[in-house]
Ligand binder design. Sequence first.
Ligand SMILES: [Zn+2]
Length: 288
Amino acid sequence: MKITQYAFLLIMLVGCQTASTPKPQTDSQNLPEEMTSTQTKGSGNTYHGSKTNTATVDKDNPYWKNAETEIYKSAEELEAQENREQRSGNGYTTLRHGPVNKKEIALTFDDGPHPNFTPKLLTLLDQYKVKANFFVIGKMVDANPDLLKQIKQHGHLIGNHTFSHVTLTKIPIDQVLTEYQANNDIIKKTIGETPLFCRPPGGDHNAAVVQAAQSLGLTTTLWTDDPGDYANPGEGVILARLNQRLGNGGIILLHDGVDETLDVLKEFIPACQSAGYKFVTLDQWQKK
Ligand SMILES: [Zn+2]
């Protein structure tokens, strides 16, 4: 792992710990069943540095106790969950993919804005005339407001990735609302507009989480394709995974904060463009 990546992880950990301070206290014993029964994955939960450090988190704070482990959902798990929900007729909707009859792809970058990566990413996207989607964390916006303004000025879509990057199915629904609203507020304060799209950390969601987002005007956005760039598997692996799943209406999960991602995009973007794919912002799909 490179020094910049260690620095990023450190920033994320410090950020998450700081965020715990002002959180309202909640009683974990009184959480609804749906918030306590979700299964977590194993060691794979050390996902792109956003997992809180159990050695330093205040274990007496129920808010963090219930949300400290990120629940990560693969593209396959998300698709299966969507199919289950549709069969059960629960009726909530998420945006998991775009139109399958158009050669369009949405690149999404989570967890920024980041001072060491966002400027490089914006330059690269400009180089290929690509518009993308940034799901930003409120604490990162708070620390880097000018970077959020730059993302906006470059014409990219800005989405809400919660204020402090916690697992939303593990906290009471009023806290889910607080996480999204607090991020909406700081984004609005910074760039003068409120997001229309959100992404739950790890993709982990349930009906209550999606409906809470919807009540704030946010469409919960998932993904069809996750090459796992956060785990630094190597450029060749990331590129192979991207090419394997490439298809119409794809929503690709990447991260604003990974060196390899920048290098992979220098190959992936022009290859897609040569194959006739167009990169879109999510609002272009919602208007259709
Ligand atoms: Zn994230």
